[in-house]
Each structure stands twice: as C-alpha cells, then as structure tokens.
Ligand binder design. Structure first.
Ligand code: XMP
Length: 519
C-alpha cells in the first residue's frame, strides 16, 4: 500500500536472505512483496511490478529439476535484478553459461567495479571503485548472455556482476541485502529509485493514512472484535483499528492469571484509559487455574490454556452479536509463501492466529490489518500511532504465559511469586541498560525447595532461575553474558523482597541444545 502504485516483486528461490531483500527495499521507502519463484505469469502481470528481484537460493542451475524464473519477466519491459542464484538463472535463461566453481566462495570479498553501470554508478568503499561485499556461492557465471557486460569482478569471480543496460537487466553474484555488504543498501536503492523509477512513499505516515482508509472501506459501519493480549502485534492492531473505526472496535482481553505483574492494569490503562478503546477485560484466572490443577505435562498445559482461551473468548464474543469481523495481528512473515512453490514439496503457508486457533465457529470475517508488515514495521507503526516505545519494543511473551515458566503443575502461589521475581529482574535489566541488549529475559519458577539461612533462622524455600538470551530469530540463541554485579543485585533483591524464594540461579544454556523457555 503506497501512494504511487510503485512496487517491487521479489521472486523467492529459497535463500535464507529473501526476507532481508524485502526489508531493504522497504527501508528505501518502496513497497515490496515476496512470492514463490514459480508465481503464475498471469499473477505476475496483475501485480504490475515496477521492478523484479530474483533472490538467491540453494539450487544449482545445472541441476536436473532446477528452479527457473518465469520467462515472462524477461519480456515485460520491467527492470530485473538477479542476486546470487538469481544472477545464475538469469544468465542461464538468457543464453550465458554457469559452471560449478572449484571452490565455494563464502564470506567477505573485495571486488572492483568496471566501466559505468546504472546500478553501481558512484558506489565504492575505497577509491578506484573497490567494493567490500558478502559472497556465498558455489556456482558462477562463466559466459555472459548476449547484450550483457561485466560490471564488477575479482580474480576468483571474474563475472561478479553483469548488466544489460538496454533491457535494464542487472545481476550480482554477491548479496547486497546483508549488512556485511557495506554499500548494499545504496545499491538496492539505486535499483529501485534510479533504475525502476519508484517513488519514496512507503513510510509510516503514508501507511497509516492508507491503512485507515482501507480498513474503513472494508468494514463500513460493521463492528469488529479483537483479542488483545498485551503483546506487540495485537496492541498495534488495536491502536490502528481505533484510529480507523473508533467505537466500532471492541477488544477482548482475557486475563488468564498467567500474565506478568500488573499487566492487566497496564493494558487497561493504556487502551481503555489513554487511547479510549472499548476493552472487555475478562478475569478468567480461576477458570484457567482450575483447568490446570494437577496437570504437569508441558504440552498438556499448553493445550489446556489454548482450549480455555477459545472457550472464554468465544463466550464473550457471543455477547457481541453485532460483531461481523474478527481482527487478528497476523504479520507479513506469517503469510509469506515458502520458496517450495507449487512444484516444490509441501506448499506451506503458515496461518498464524495470535489469539490461538479461533475463529471458524464464530462465523466472523477475518480482518488482518498488519498483514503487509514486517515486525520492525509493526513497531514503527506502533510508535507512529502513539504507543509508548517501552510497550512496542517489549520482549516477546509466549501465549501460554507463566504457564510454561512454572515447571510442572501451575499453582496460584507459584504464579504470584514468579510475577514478583520477574518484575524485579526486568526492572534491573531496564535500569542497567541490558533490557535492550537482550532479546528475551524472564524468571522461571522451579518447584524445588532448598535450604537457606536468613538472619539466625534456617529457611526452606523455592528456587528460581533467571533466563536471558540474545538471538536474531529465536531459532538459535546464546545466553546473555550479564555482568556478575547485575546478577548479584537481582538475586539479592529477589531473595530479600520476595518472601518464599531463597535461592536464585542463572541459566547458562544455549539453544540448541536447550530451548529458550524451560517448557
Ligand atoms: P523456545 O522455548 O522454543 O521458544 O526456544 C522460542 C520462542 O517462542 C516462544 N514460545 C512460545 N510462544 N506460544 C507462544 O506464543 C508458545 O507455546 C510458545 N513456546 C515458546 C518463546 O517465548 C521464545 O520467544
């Protein structure tokens, strides 16, 4: 959604970096979308791209059943940029040659730009047209297709970039989308602005105006319900919908008794108080804790929490018979189709329900106002809509909440102790500047008693563990190397201030082999 109709189509050949290409293009204020490499030709035409980028990918163009770009993209008169595998398939499809390199080239490389090309004009890291780039490839282009010239090279990769200026086809063997390539953003910016002629109009003020108009048009005068969890996505969705349709929105906030300290009050203050959103807060602590009584298996606990959520939410939704829409905080990474494409293996489209497997039985239409946005764009939008930075940049919190941070059976006594210990940890992380340097941090309650001594007395109380990790994608994670002084302070405060806990330990396990949560 942008003011002009300018947009870049990214065809995904399975690179781990494809999403980064889309993000870099959007950072250049041009809208972009990722689609599988075998997108239908009719769909490509209908998309009306201002330019097309072919991503990298793990295949070799010389494999028997390799992926190839739909031929129409070379006939549409639209600029095309091939990256890594995208370059190789462009070369192979247009009559050049690609061979398996003797050695794989992985990591930094220095290239020299040659001649004048619209793509690399004026771009260099060092005088003489030298560029520091990030390479990751085995195959390389060994013969140019007709009409192309070399635009950058080095001894290891004599054709590291090529261009056919007449047809506006460009290709790079290196990855401009990764930050290791210093000039990568500048190169992608030249492609989308100078070569494709896209306007700079993908930015939050524009987005808000158009998203608001689109939501109003879609919803008309009908009513919408949204499950508000206090997490970033549902919060930003609520703020955006409030801006668009005001009173037609009702949020349902289920307090399951497994939230962080004062979280229920904070959500109500922010949304009902500051933003004037209609919020139904449902105190369902007893329902959840009763259902969890006696259950200690982690997956069983997750199932129960999910099931109870659906019950509670559904009962509340039925009290709003005029609602015609269910809004969800689905974001763009949840809807991108995998590169497997329709000819690949399973075509996986993750369908993500922030509110936990609703809504078929509700017979509501689905409204997903954040569907086009990456997480960092959701955060930017939240700030632009006036949500506090602290809320928008909060660490992720799992749907089952403290239910998976209390090991084994969940009891109210444990949840109350854990909430207070966790609040102390987070407060000290914020005060020391470590909160933003960690990706997720929390306290875990261990249903184990150990002996201690306080004053003149012996104690026999619970143990908690601090957990703090640093990660990009939550798939792998390092434990955070918090200063001893900070750990000491947190431990002292928890033991002194939370009666019932007399021992604090720090979890120094990475993922893998451990997971971030303990259950
Ligand atoms: P693990 O513990 O698997 O967690 O390393 C990775 C990330 O996922 C979050 N997580 C969950 N989020 N429902 C959620 O909404 C869940 O059941 C769940 N389990 C783990 C976890 O907090 C971390 O950010």
């Amino acid at each position: 959604m942008s003011n002009s109709n300018d947009k870049i189509l990214i065809l995904d050949f399975g690179s781990q970096y494809t999403q980064l290409i889309a993000r870099r293009v959007r950072e250049a204020e041009v809208f972009s979308e990722i689609h599988p490499w075998d997108m239908d030709e009719a769909a490509i035409q209908a998309f009306q791209p201002s330019g097309i980028i072919l991503s990298g990918g793990p295949n070799s163009v010389n494999d028997e059943d390799t992926f190839a770009a739909p031929t129409c993209i070379f006939e549409m008169g639209v600029p095309v940029l091939g990256i890594c595998f995208g370059m190789q398939t462009m070369a192979a499809q247009l009559g050049g040659a690609v061979e398996e390199g003797v050695t794989r080239e992985f990591g930094y490389a220095e290239l020299v730009t040659s001649g004048d090309s619209s793509l690399l004009r004026g771009i260099e890291d060092k005088a003489g047209g030298l560029l520091d780039v990030w390479m990751s490839h085995g195959d390389k282009v060994t013969a140019l297709p007709e009409g192309f010239k070399i635009i950058c090279s080095n001894d290891a990769t004599p054709i590291a970039g090529m261009a056919d200026e007449a047809r506006k086809f460009y290709a790079l063997q290196f990855h401009p989308e990764v930050t290791h390539t210093n000039q990568g953003t500048a190169i992608l910016s030249r492609f989308v602005h100078e070569i494709c002629g896209c306007a700079r109009d993908w930015n939050m003020p524009h987005y808000i105006d158009e998203a608001v108009a689109k939501i109003r048009e879609q919803v008309g005068d009908e009513e919408v319900i949204l499950g508000l969890s206090g997490g970033v996505d549902s919060s930003v969705a609520a703020a955006l919908l409030q801006r668009a349709i005001g009173d037609q929105l009702t949020c349902i906030f289920v307090d399951n008794g497994l939230l962080r300290l004062d979280e229920g009050e904070q959500v109500m203050d922010m949304f009902a108080g500051n933003l004037g959103v209609k919020v139904d807060r449902i105190d369902a602590e007893k329902v959840f804790l009763d259902a969890l009584a006696g259950v200690s298996d982690p997956e069983e606990k997750r199932k129960i929490i999910g099931r109870e959520f659906v019950h509670v939410f559904q009962a509340e939704a039925e009290r709003l018979p005029n609602a015609k829409w269910l809004a969800q905080g689905t974001i763009y990474p949840d809807v991108i189709e995998s590169a497997g494409g329709k000819n690949g293996k399973a075509k996986t489209i993750k369908s993500h329900h922030n509110v936990g497997g609703l809504p078929d039985t509700l017979h509501l239409k689905l409204l997903e106002p954040l569907r086009e946005l990456f997480k960092d764009e959701v955060r930017e939008l939240g700030v632009a809509l006036g949500l506090p930075r602290e809320m928008v940049y909060r660490h992720p919190f799992p749907g089952p909440g403290l239910g998976v941070r209390i090991l084994g059976e969940v009891k109210k006594e444990y949840a109350d102790l854990l909430r207070r210990a966790d609040a102390i940890f987070i407060e000290e992380l914020r005060a020391s500047g470590w909160y933003d340097k960690t990706s997720q941090a929390f306290v875990v309650f261990l249903p184990v008693k150990s002996v201690g001594v306080m004053g003149d007395g012996r104690t026999y109380e619970w143990v908690v563990s601090l957990r703090a990790v640093v990660t990009q994608d939550f798939m792998t994670a390092h434990w955070a190397e918090l200063p001893y002084s900070l750990l000491g302070k947190v431990s002292n405060r928890i033991i002194n201030e939370v009666r019932g806990i007399n021992r604090v330990v720090y979890d120094v396990s990475g993922k893998p082999p451990a997971t971030i949560e303990w259950e």
